[in-house]
Write a protein that binds this ligand. Structure first.
Ligand code: HEM
Length: 155
């Protein structure tokens, strides 16, 4: 019992530290309008924190969570890393995405519009929580929207 409380306290502290580090990453974002979206978002750590935060929400969702139920921990870590790489590359950052194409990889999952809306709601929550400015939020949402055509199979 005592051990569990201690473990919970450590987990709580870690969560606070992660949120603090993420907030710092965004606080250090380059604000010059010529900077890449990657830089304006705060770089690798900030993007990685966003992906982590979104995945926690969608994996816990009643409907969308079905895609991550019974998936191995390592598989999810690998998937998150590839999503980070994909976003970093597409926002002008220094990574090369080595994963599969959006259409090929999501084909057959029968992802529908309702699934999509849940993902976007989670993404908006995270961007608000991390104080991402309106312009960058809009650009991130537009980028996600550009992938939708390759991901949604059912309306
Ligand atoms: C509701 C929408 C979505 C659902 C349900 C979904 C679901 C999944 C699942 C279950 C996997 C694991 C596939 C596997 O291991 O074979 C996956 C992988 C991945 N997804 Fe999605 N996804 C969605 C939207 C997106 C979006 C919007 C992006 C990009 C912005 C994205 C990028 C990726 C990447 C990069 C991978 C890993 C690629 C690889 O393994 O080669 N997904 N997705």
């Amino acid at each position: 019992m005592k051990f569990n409380f201690r473990k919970l306290a450590i987990l709580g502290l870690l969560q606070v530290m992660i949120t603090f580090i993420s907030a710092c990453s965004f606080a250090e974002a380059e604000t010059s309008p010529e900077a890449s979206l990657y830089k304006r978002l705060g770089g690798y750590d900030a993007i990685s924190a966003v992906v982590d935060d979104v995945v926690v929400q969608i994996a816990a969702d009643k409907k969308l969570g079905r895609f991550w139920a019974h998936r191995g921990k390592d598989g999810i870590t690998r998937e998150k890393q590839l999503i980070v790489d994909f976003i970093v590359e597409n926002s002008g950052g220094p990574l090369y995405y080595t994963g599969r194409e959006m259409k090929i990889l999501h084909e057959g999952m029968r992802i529908d519009n309702e699934d999509w809306d849940i993902l976007i709601k989670a993404l908006k929550n995270t961007l608000t929580k991390f104080n991402v400015p309106a312009k960058e939020t809009q650009q991130v949402l537009e980028f996600f929207d550009s992938t939708k055509i390759d991901i949604i199979e059912k309306s």
